[in-house]
Design a protein around this ligand. Structure first.
Ligand SMILES: [Zn+2]
Length: 511
């Protein structure tokens, strides 16, 4: 409206000036001035308006007056400059984002369509149309023909507009861990994560599931790329939070022991500390980095599991005087039995916290191995050697986490370390030596003891199966038995002892 008013006033003024000009020089002077003004003014007014208003003025003019000539000059000047202006410029719409002109489109509807296309494209990742809090204005204007090179490129526009979508954040301990499209997706995610950690099946009846950490859902405006699908979010939860901590080296630590203490692999400890190798010398008090992944969520579950366990066969020896001195033959080959063990459990993220056997059913009875032995040196027990106690390079009988360390435990003394394992898993001699014990040994269950000489021996307890017999020579790394849970044991593991001159020592100092 204002520009139209200016337009009218301006034209009236021009007419007045022309009416007052009496000489040809004055007319020419005015016309010159006016043409200049008109071109500037034309930037703000519409072509039709100039034309119709000018024509209206011309109609009312007396053609006899010399001023008419001036008016005619003016009219021609206006029309000429108007025509020139319109033929040398193009109408366009400027797309202004947060006050900054980003580019042009041919029309307002095209500009709006472009913006909408960008928001649709940006929202694609989140399966919706994105929104923006940016101020977007559309300004109609004319551009010199050579300045208008077509609509703004999508890339330029996409870079200028900050999109967001409405998502739902899964908050754990007050921190948003992952954002999903909606509340329903979060519920699905939590259910999938619970199933992942508890693995319910025919033989695993899960009776209760609880997420330990405080969990909440929170509506959040986020960049579309932050919105994850249920499967991608599950992957994030399963992977866990990667956290870097500092560890101060203790007296008697080794890289291996540090890894064990922190439930890591030696290689992971080395990888977190550039420049470290397996042979790096570490000093007590020295600080090193540990990069560990911690789960975001802990699923605590209770239930019952039915597992099949091996019932190892017994070996019965009978003296047979018809056999030669020190000779023995197997009269009947032993065969392992099988039992179905039902136990109730409490687990956290699939790791056993509590376990109690509620039922045991023998499915197949074991068959005893019957050995006939000739008279003479029947080796029942060979005393272990005595000596300097020096030994190096004992190797791990199995790889697995330590579930119980050497030392005081529940008011008694744990004479070895317990290494996690499953029934039937083979374990190996820590060093070469002579078997001095192989059989049932009270609380140790099926147990093996090897004398390595120099007063050093090792013991392997709770086995499900033994592959060696007393007096036999074994080599380092030889499969001597299988892990089990026989004797005084609450679950499948290998109890491993190192004994020097008759006394147990901390095996971790010798491995
Ligand atoms: Zn033990």
């Amino acid at each position: 409206m204002i520009s139209r008013k200016i337009n009218k006033n301006y034209l009236d003024k021009i007419i007045q000036k022309f009416k007052k000009a009496n000489t040809a020089e004055a007319l020419a002077k005015q016309a010159k001035k006016i043409k200049f003004g008109i071109v500037n003014l034309a930037n703000k007014i519409e072509y039709k308006e100039i034309f119709s208003k000018t024509a209206a003025k011309i109609k009312n003019i007396s053609w006899k007056s010399p001023k008419t000539i001036g008016i005619t000059v003016l009219a021609l000047a206006v029309i000429f400059s108007g025509c020139f202006y319109f033929s040398s410029t193009t109408p366009a719409v400027g797309i202004v984002v947060n006050g900054k002109n980003i580019g042009y489109a041919a029309s307002k509807s095209e500009a709006k369509r472009l913006v909408q296309e960008i928001l649709t494209q940006q929202g694609n990742a989140a399966g919706t149309v994105a929104q923006t809090s940016d101020t977007i204005e559309y300004k109609s204007l004319r551009l010199k023909n050579e300045d208008y090179t077509g609509p703004v490129s999508k890339d330029v526009l996409a870079n200028a507009i900050k999109p967001y979508v409405n998502g739902y954040g899964l908050q754990v301990n007050g921190k948003v861990v992952v954002v999903l499209a909606n509340e329903q997706d979060i519920n699905t995610l939590l259910k999938k994560y619970e199933d992942y950690q508890t693995k319910p099946s025919k033989n695993n009846t899960v009776s209760s599931v609880k997420i330990v950490e405080p969990v909440s859902k929170i509506a959040s405006k986020v960049h579309p790329s932050e919105v994850k699908t249920v499967d991608a979010a599950l992957e994030i939860l399963v992977k866990g939070d990667v956290a870097e901590t500092t560890y101060t080296i203790q007296e008697d630590d080794s890289l291996w022991l540090i890894a064990r203490k922190n439930n890591m692999l030696t290689d992971e400890v080395i990888a977190a500390n550039p420049g470290f190798t397996e042979d790096s010398v570490i000093q007590p008090g020295q600080k090193i980095k540990l990069v560990q992944t911690k789960p975001y969520l802990t699923v605590r579950s209770e239930g019952t599991k039915v597992v099949s366990e091996v019932v190892p066969f017994d070996v019965l020896s009978k003296t047979d005087s018809s056999l030669g001195y020190g000779k023995s033959i197997i009269k009947q080959a032993g065969k392992d039995g099988e039992k179905a063990v039902t136990y109730s459990y409490v687990e956290e993220n699939g790791k056993m916290i509590e376990k109690q056997v509620v039922k045991e059913e023998v499915v197949n009875k074991p068959v005893n191995q019957i050995v006939a032995k000739g008279p003479g040196r029947s080796i029942v027990y060979v005393g272990t050697s005595r000596g300097s106690g020096s030994i190096s390079g004992l190797s791990w009988p199995i790889s697995g986490g330590i579930t119980s360390y050497y030392g005081s435990r529940h008011g008694s003394f744990h004479t070895g370390i317990d290494i996690d394992g499953v029934t039937g898993q083979p374990y190996y001699a820590a060093a070469s030596g002579t078997v001095v014990e192989a059989g049932w040994d009270g609380g140790y269950g099926y147990c093996i003891m090897i004398d390595h000489g120099n007063g050093v021996s090792t013991r392997y307890g709770h086995s499900s199966k033994l592959f060696v017999s007393v007096g036999q020579t074994v080599s380092k790394g030889q499969n001597i038995g299988n892990v089990g849970s026989t004797g005084n044991s609450t679950g499948s593991h290998l109890h491993f002892e190192v004994i020097i001159n008759g006394s147990t020592v901390n095996p971790l100092n010798y491995l």
